[in-house]
Design a protein around this ligand. Sequence first.
Ligand code: KG4
Ligand code: ZN
Length: 342
Amino acid sequence: MLILGLETSCDDTGVGIVDARREIRADIVASQLAAHRPYGGVVPEIAARAHLEVIEEVVPSALQQAGIGFSDLSAIAATTGPGLIGGVMVGAMMGKAIAAVRRLPFISVNHLEAHALTARLTHDVAFPYLLLLASGGHCQLLLVKGVGAYRLLGRTIDDAVGECFDKCAKMLGLGYPGGPLIEQAAQKGTPKAFALPRPMLGRKGCDFSFSGLKTAVRTLIAGRELSPAFVADMAASLQAAIADSIADRARHAFALLETEGVGVTAFVAGGGVAANQTLCARLTAIASENNVVFAAPAPRLCTDNGVMVAWAGVERFRLGLVDGFDVPARPRWPLEETGAVS
Ligand code: KG4
Ligand code: ZN
């Protein structure tokens, strides 16, 4: 089984080819970072146009990398939401067009499901597992019971964690995307330099909040000179506050599942923020407190890519889950509404 996956929901045009034995046969990501950088964030219109400009080149490149032709493929998978609708439409239409012309099955993939299942490509992870999905647009804790079977345990009540990294990085003059730049700057800083709040610490449930933290950073920065030492200390303090907050929420999720008598096989992280090594070290400790393994894909597979969509395609295809060409492109599509029967 060979599945080609297309990812175009944000600012990366990703094409991946994966087989059922978990081998990555092609992995191409065309980043639009340079086009968005002057604006300090992703501009939807620029994103849609940029996807359109490169998608016809990256599909044949992926086939070439895998050393195969269209006729070797078993199905085409594409992200059909959630995300910036112009970009989602580009990938979804390309996927449907290839499937129609080559008479291949089409698999509609929820972008969040692709992040949620990537650890099963990279690690031996069995259902059910606890998942932290942390990206630029989302921050959630979920119980993953199977393909298409997700239970939301907690989510952010305001900003996504990646958004917090990005906005604070912008305030610190570090650029975009902020997460990797904060992580890099933090290496030279002291995590205890600034006493930042730990949002939601000790609160009931598993919800997150990051807007207060962002405001605290803004207040501390006001009127200060952004010297490299100051930026490094603030980056380290912010990263520590985020890790503490997420660690607390994850502990609550484990406690909740234990109260309900729900066992899990692993603690998994996915989404761009799961590339953060300080965060992963904290999550590893929490997993071991709860006697399960921790698994996060390599950073390249945490941030948006086509491989994760191809893998979600493999997971769906082997359950016989294929879709008609009438599936819509969706700007909003909660993971809990991603049924196993679509
Ligand atoms: O999953 P992703 O590539 O796109 C979305 O679906 O949103 O996630 C992008 C987010 C950005 O906010 C970026 O700053 C963050 O992931 N990110 C990181 C790191 N690498 C990417 N955050 C913290 N540490 C990192 N190393
Ligand atoms: Zn993503």
